[in-house]
Design a protein around this ligand. Structure first.
Ligand SMILES: C[S@@+](CC[C@H](N)C(=O)[O-])C[C@H]1O[C@@H](n2cnc3c(N)ncnc32)[C@H](O)[C@@H]1O
Length: 211
């Protein structure tokens, strides 16, 4: 894939997230263990691509397929073009609401789906489609890894998450921090079983379900 602009002109304008810079190390630590025996990862809602670049660089045994909705493709494609290692593929368009997901693995089928900080941004109907799409993507032995803030038994894990949720819902009433139990029910309906719930810095979690 050809980059749109020369490196010297573009690096300064790459979209970046400070949160990604902070959380990419701790998430990598979890993924390096959880995906040690996996091969091909589909990332949903790759955002700036910082995670994709970092994880692909440090997990060279994985082929990493980033994805985003259509209007978020250009900055993602640019970072991947400029910074991506060989095992990081060019991003594809994927809106979780477009079932069945049209993305296909380049080689062997995807055996992992990863997504960070997306479920509290999407409307609930899209969250339901996310689990339907992930369930249809993963065969036996597949792993679904989801990073973000969650509530447990209707309670926030911190005051800052409660404040964040209020902010999210004031901005978009269809968004908001999701209840772990509701997500787990969606996962179980796709024959995905929770195998780990990793506590992460800043009151986040990495949830891992396995097919
Ligand atoms: C808060 S950002 C997180 C981006 C990145 N994963 C990160 O951790 O920085 C939420 C992302 O979800 C994506 N998103 C929202 N609705 C989506 C949908 N229906 N299908 C796929 N991605 C979606 C947005 O485009 C956005 O990039």
């Amino acid at each position: 894939m050809a980059c749109i602009a020369p490196l010297s002109q573009t690096r300064a304008v790459l979209t970046s997230s400070e949160a990604c810079e902070r959380n990419k190390g701790p998430i990598l630590e979890v993924l390096s263990r959880e995906l040690a025996a996996h091969h091909a990862v589909l990332e949903v809602g790759s955002g700036t691509g910082q995670h994709a670049v970092h994880f692909a660089r440090h997990l060279p045994h994985l082929t990493w397929q980033p994805s985003e909705v259509a209007d978020q493709q250009p900055p993602l494609a640019e970072r991947i073009c400029l910074e991506g290692p060989p095992n990081l593929l060019a991003p594809v368009v994927l809106d979780v609401r477009s079932l069945p997901w049209a993305v296909r693995a380049a080689g062997a089928a995807f055996d992992a789906v990863f997504s960070a900080n997306t479920l509290h941004i999407m409307a609930w109907e899209a969250v339901e489609d996310f689990f339907r799409g992930a369930g249809a993507t993963l065969g036996a032995g597949g792993a679904l890894c989801v990073y973000g803030p969650f509530r447990y038994r209707g309670r926030y894990t911190s005051d800052s998450n409660a404040e964040f949720d209020a902010w999210l819902q004031a901005r978009d009433p269809r968004s908001g921090i999701r209840d772990f139990e509701a997500l787990d029910a969606l996962a179980r309906a796709q024959r995905l079983t929770l195998s780990a719930d990793h506590a992460m810095p800043a009151n986040n979690q990495t949830l891992v379900w396995r097919a």
